[in-house]
Design a binder for this molecule. Sequence first.
Ligand code: ZN
Length: 327
Amino acid sequence: MTENDRIAAIGVDVGGTFIKAGLLRADGAVVDKRSAATEVDGGVDHVIGRIAGLIGDLHQAAAAAGLEVRAVGLGMPGTLSRRRGVVIAPPNLRGWRNVPVVERLESLTGLRVVLDNDANLAALGEYRCGAGRGTRDMVMLTLGTGIGGGIILGGKLWHGAGENAGEFGHAIAQPGGRRCGCGQLGCLEAYASAASTAVRAAEMITGGQPSCLKDILDRGGLLEAHHVVEAASGGDALAQRVWAETCRYLAVGCINIQCALDPERIVLAGGMSAAGERLLQPVRKAIAELGSESLGARARVCIAELGNDAGFLGAAMAAFDEAGAGA
Ligand SMILES: [Zn+2]
């Protein structure tokens, strides 16, 4: 066994519902992985204790396998300061305000902890282990309730002066348009996120337009983006209009990314990317309709490969980078 074979890192991805964590060797092999419910209602100390517990379990697993953990990468949602190691205001972790999570976890685990935004780390995971393999520059759009993103340039995450680079969800796609959760009007997220797709469909149905999706609303159920995708595939005209509009705005986002950064790949990830070809083909078609052929955005758009594992994989990669080791 060489020195490099004994080095490991732990990656942790904290979401509003689940915490996922993995132990990786320097060559990228996953030695062990665990997950636990976040239990946000238990409060900040409780959640930090659960994160520390998962790290402790994986640290023990590493020792049993003869591996030395160099660092822990931690992906957290929402606004944070990577440099200060502080979580500032995550929308889906109630009660978390200015929590010095790095300091807390380092003292609980005795390991070095590196913090970054979850969408950034998921992008790093796809870049090293998934849809971005073999490229130099890649941009990822995470399409969930909101729209997050991550930029990799020359093999490294690009954070920007205020650590907000890659927040494409709040790039303006329609000046003066729908109000976004961030307060701006016309954000990409206000048109092309899963939440917006469901909301726009519901607005048209409650406005009196016919659709098979009306049944869900009549039963008092929650209309979701995947219902719109399925109804569109089944031939429902309203669902087809809404889904085409979502894909058209995503095409605008992709063309703008292409103009700004010219990456080799634009990866569509997150819950909505489960639609696969039903997402990719209409986005490509809209890029061809709206964009200049010479920019070449159409061929560069693709679907993510790693699903929910991208976050902890990327977190471990960031830990290796910080510790100066790894693939
Ligand atoms: Zn916004």
